[in-house]
Design a protein around this ligand. Structure first.
Ligand code: ZN
Length: 158
């Protein structure tokens, strides 16, 4: 039986090689936000179609490392069909996972019990938890999420 780390690596590689919701949406009407991580060179464009407060569609375009790409793919699956508030909740939970694990130190990273209590709702996103062992990659992992957060702000401002 493969270890948890192998499983996580498989999930990340799968989303890197077969990115979900890749592409663009006509903007307008879609909301488009762009993010850039100069530390690594990751670039991302997040497109969302919001109707009645629901993210009806999301597309991701851009280029970057495997962490940034797979995180964006995982994110797109996690928030598609969610309300703006629900999506913000997922963003908050994900960033809490990145942040709290960062503070816990590497020896505690593999212990599921050290995760925020609501981390189980993250599903496959939990695979990215291993990234916190490499602090420089946290910006790669959170790039898509910060960019989506901007898009949600835009949607609220309409
Ligand atoms: Zn990167």
């Amino acid at each position: 039986m493969p270890g948890l780390e192998d499983l996580y690596r498989e999930i990340i590689l799968d989303h890197y090689k077969n990115p979900r919701n890749e592409g663009e949406l006509p903007s307008p009407p879609a909301i488009k936000e762009q993010g850039f991580n100069p530390l690594c060179g990751d670039e991302i464009s997040v497109y969302i179609n919001v109707k009645d407060d629901v993210i009806e569609d999301i597309k991701i375009a851009g280029q970057g490392c495997s962490i940034s790409r797979s995180s964006a793919s995982l994110m797109s699956v996690a928030v598609k069909g969610k309300t703006l508030s629900e999506a913000e909740g997922v963003i908050g939970t994900f960033k809490a996972m990145m942040f709290s694990s960062e503070n816990n130190g590497p020896e505690e990273l593999d212990q599921v019990t050290k995760l925020p209590s609501n981390a189980r709702s993250l599903g496959e996103l939990i695979a990215l938890q291993g990234v916190v062992k490499f602090p420089v990659r946290i910006k790669c992992a959170t790039l898509a999420w910060n960019t989506l957060a901007l898009g949600i702000q835009d949607a609220r401002a309409v």
